[in-house]
Design a protein around this ligand. Structure first.
Ligand code: NAI
Length: 293
């Protein structure tokens, strides 16, 4: 199936969808990028073009490919434009109901052989597949943020995902230069199952007054050789995203050890969602030089 893949559809043109679409066009695929919000498509087109230019200026992509790749991208708000896609990667809002509705629509309008993949961080692939008439062609294709730079793709097999679908999806991720790990379909898959409890524990460490946020992050960064501490990483991911994944782990695995830390809940209630809002655990709002004392 994979060797015939020429056209990729990506639904959702936010930070993940735009990065996934970029990988597709840089690899020579024709990519349809779909979003209900036309402004999001404009932002995605700009960020894809500028990121491709960075790959060219670093010598990681030829000048010819740098010129050709953006031309392979087509943006639309009409889902029906995906009728010719060999694979569709969904990267819309992390809501099971909204994703299920989309999968049901994709099932009706895409060609019978198309693979329907989800970039979900935590929602069950088996349940998304149940909204379609082709559960053997539904799979998780979980890119890391930002997709053009991060080396990993976690591929998640739902209860009915076929070997053929798995092989074709893995081969596509490898074509994009990624290393693939395979997870069965249980809450959090591999990466978030391990990462999110660590982040949650960092919040408990702060909440119970064991240490300051700076010392928690410095301790984990230097003590376990990670590029950034868990609290800063949570700010980069988004505290709302971290909280929603902890809730999925708590419900899905039924163990109180996954209960979200009250401090994480409080930050989200307060709108301190992390870097995207300018403030989370840390404050990212820059004081202009001119008003500094
Ligand atoms: P985002 O909020 O940046 O982008 C989502 C986009 O989907 C928005 O542009 C929105 O207009 C669009 N959208 C929403 N509903 C739609 C619909 N029914 N049809 C078409 N477009 C629709 O979100 P982000 O961060 O890109 O996340 C997308 C998915 O990727 C989520 O499932 C998330 O859990 C997952 N993910 C996120 C990571 C992250 O670090 N942010 C990492 C790995 C996975």
């Amino acid at each position: 199936m994979e060797e015939k893949m020429k056209v990729m559809g990506v639904v959702g043109s936010g930070q993940m969808g735009s990065g996934i679409a970029q990988l597709g066009v840089m690899d020579g695929l024709d990519v349809w990028l779909v979003d209900t919000d036309p402004d999001a498509l404009v932002r995605a087109t700009k960020s894809i073009s500028s990121s491709i230019q960075k790959f060219v200026s670093k010598g990681q992509l030829s000048q010819a490919m740098g010129t050709d790749a953006p031309r392979r991208l087509r943006c639309t708000s009409n889902l029906k434009d995906l009728h010719s896609a060999d694979i569709i990667v969904e990267a819309i809002v992390e809501s099971e109901d909204v994703k299920k509705k989309l999968f049901s629509e994709l099932d009706k309008i895409t060609k019978a052989s198309a693979i329907l993949a989800s970039n979900t961080s935590s929602i069950s692939i088996t349940r998304l597949a149940s909204a379609t008439s082709r559960p053997c062609q539904v799979i998780g294709m979980h890119f890391m943020n930002p997709p053009p730079l991060m080396k990993l793709v976690e591929v998640i097999r739902g209860a009915d995902t076929s070997d053929e679908t798995f092989r074709a999806t893995k081969a596509l991720a490898e074509r994009f230069g990624k290393t693939v790990v395979c997870s069965q379909d249980y809450a959090g898959f591999i990466v978030n199952r391990i990462l999110m409890p660590m982040i949650n524990e960092a919040f408990f460490t702060l909440y119970t007054g064991v240490a300051t946020k700076e010392d928690i992050d410095a301790g984990m960064k230097l003590g376990t050789n990670q590029p950034m501490g868990p609290l800063q990483l949570a700010d980069f991911i988004g505290l709302d995203v971290c909280l929603s994944i902890m809730k999925v782990l708590h419900t899905g695995l039924g163990d109180s050890k996954y209960a979200p830390c009250p401090l994480l809940v409080q930050y989200v209630d307060a709108g301190r969602l992390g870097k995207k809002r300018g403030i989370g655990v840390f404050d990212y709002r820059r004081v202009p030089e001119s008003v500094k004392p």
